[in-house]
Structure formats: C-alpha cells, structure tokens
Design a protein around this ligand. Structure first.
Ligand code: ZN
Length: 331
C-alpha cells in the first residue's frame, strides 16, 4: 500500500462515492460490535459524492441508509417521515446488516408508515384524530399479516412486535381505549363497553401491561354507587362519584342496611360517597368560605403587622443613633 493509499484508508479523503459507500459497511455495519453511527456518516458522505457524480438513484439509497442506520443507532423516530419519503423513491435496498442481499422497500415502508401513524396518534390532541391515527396504523400494519416486524423491533418502540397482526390488534385496542375516555362523561356504560373491547384486544395482542391497566379502569368505571346527599345512583368512581371524608359510625351502616339502601355509600371507613355534582357543590362552597375567611384574617392582621414594622424601624433608627454617640465617646 502506497503512502497515499494508506492516507486514504485512514482519513477517507479522496475516496470516490463507491469506496465511501463500501466504507460505511467496513467501518460501521460490519464492525464487531457494529458502529451504526459511523455507518450513517459514511453513507451520508457517499450520498454527497453520488450526487456530484449525477448518480441520483445511488444518492437516494445512500441517504435512506444513512437515515435508517442513524435511526437504529439513536432509537429516535423523529426522522421517520423523511425516511419513508426516500424509501418511496427507490424500489429496493440492502437488507439491514447486509451489503449484498437486496430487499424490496415496500415492506419497510409499510412498517414505518404504521409507526408514523402511531406516532401522530400519540401526539394528537384532538380525540378523533387520535382514534383515526391508531385505526389507520392498524389498517396499514395488518397488510403484513403474520410477518414479524424487523425494524420496529430494532427501534424498541414498545408494544407487540412479534407479528404484524398482533400489532394491528394492539393499535385497534388503543383506539377503543381512547374512545372510552372520550365518551365517559357522556355515557359511562358506553365507555365501559369500549374498555372491555380494548381489554380483549390488548390480551389478543399479548400486551399484558395495557390489558392490566385497562382492567383497572374497568373496575372503577363499572361500579355504581348512590350519593349520600342527593340519593341518586351514579356510575364510575372518579368520574361520577368520589369518596369524601366524613364522620361515620356503626349506627349509620346499620341504618342504611335496615332501610335496604346502598351500603356501598359507606364502603370506606370515615368516608361517604358523593356524586360529583354534590361533591363539587360542597368543595366550591368550602372554597368560597375559606377565601372569605382568609381575606378577613388579612384585613385584621395587616394593620397589626404594619404597626409592628413601624415600631421596629423606629427602634432601629434610635439604636443606630445611640451607637453613633457611643462611638464618638469611645474614640
Ligand atoms: Zn348527589
């Protein structure tokens, strides 16, 4: 190897586009352990060189590879839109980790498109947008039926990745889950139905965390309790009724039982159940009283504090006067 070749090998200076592309594999992808960050940089340099040579097809492939390896290195999904748009411009690309095995970009695009919809559903503040995002993600990913999700697995995105079908079910369950909370204040019964559907979906998708979380919400949302004050029956703990601290004795339980009323009102010790209407009325009124009392207290205490402050100021100036006299006498 001549000196120039050695220099080329160490620095990468003077490499042509193909050599630079090759370098992404040699100094990145094929290293043990692989260095995907370096690979991404070499692909990016190769892209520039291909562009200068007017080899647009290769430039796009280099760019797509640069984005892909960088994404998998950082586990960041922020460039997913850009990656999709480059993959869409090329029919095939090297399989991840290989330089010789070419694969059609179509399946990759499907995986990333589903992810793109999932991410926008997660970000969306509008409920309809959120639900539609998850439904769209499900529709896209389910096209891959029972195939495994190679790229989503590499990105550690969370949720099931062992089959496209399972991920689709997971997305649909997410849509039902969001739907439940969007209508709970209209109809807790309907919300409960959606949550039950979501729980089944999460179980089918083998997403235990989400299934358990959903079960927990179902437990709260399905319970009906009477309000101690107005006597109306309400459904949904935390939505239409809550527990409030109160002095309750054994006598109250016996009385409620004797009258064949809802013993659930006293299910928690030293608490009663109040519907959120009565509960909020009590809270609001208490707040008004507290504010009023605070104002009265301030009106009473402020003049006292002010006169104390004045007195302290007076004493302070007298003290400094005395001190200055004392200094004069000692010096
Ligand atoms: Zn009430």
């Amino acid at each position: 190897m001549g000196l120039f070749d050695k220099l080329k090998d160490v620095t990468g200076l003077g490499l042509n586009a193909e050599q630079q592309y090759q370098r992404a594999y040699e100094k990145g992808v094929f290293l043990q352990p692989p260095n995907y960050e370096a690979a991404a940089k070499h692909f990016s340099s190769a892209e520039e060189k291909f562009e200068k040579d007017g080899k647009n097809e290769m430039a796009k492939r280099a760019h797509a590879n640069s984005l892909l390896y960088s994404m998998i290195h950082t586990k960041s999904t922020e460039n997913v839109n850009s990656l999709i748009s480059f993959l869409e411009q090329i029919p095939e690309i090297e399989f991840f980790g290989s330089q010789t095995e070419m694969v059609p970009t179509e399946k990759m695009i499907t995986e990333f498109r589903a992810l793109q919809n999932e991410l926008s559903a997660e970000k969306a503040e509008n409920i309809t947008e959120k639900i539609n995002g998850y439904k769209k993600a499900a529709e896209i990913i389910m096209k891959l039926a029972n195939e495994s999700l190679f790229y989503l697995e590499k990105l550690n995105v969370g949720g099931p990745i062992n089959s496209a079908m399972m991920r689709g079910l997971y997305y649909l369950a997410k849509a039902d889950y969001v739907n439940a909370f969007s209508i709970v204040y209209q109809s807790p019964e309907q919300a409960q139905n959606y949550l039950q559907k979501a729980a089944v979906g999460f179980r089918q998708a083998q997403s235990k965390d989400w299934a358990d979380k959903t079960d927990c919400h179902i437990e709260n949302i399905k319970v009906k309790r009477h309000c101690w004050i107005c006597g109306r029956e309400m459904q949904g703990l935390g939505f239409f009724y809550n527990h409030y601290p109160a002095n309750t004795k054994k006598y109250h339980k016996e009385m409620v039982e004797g009258a064949k009323q809802d013993i659930g009102m006293l299910e928690k010790e030293n608490s009663i159940t109040l519907c959120t209407v009565c509960g909020s009325a009590v809270e609001t009124q208490a707040d008004i009283y507290a504010t009023k009392r605070m104002r009265e207290l301030r009106e009473w205490v402020e003049p006292i504090l002010n006169s104390h402050a004045e007195m302290i100021n007076r004493l302070d100036s007298r003290l400094s006067h005395v001190e200055s006299c004392a200094h004069r006498h000692t010096s």
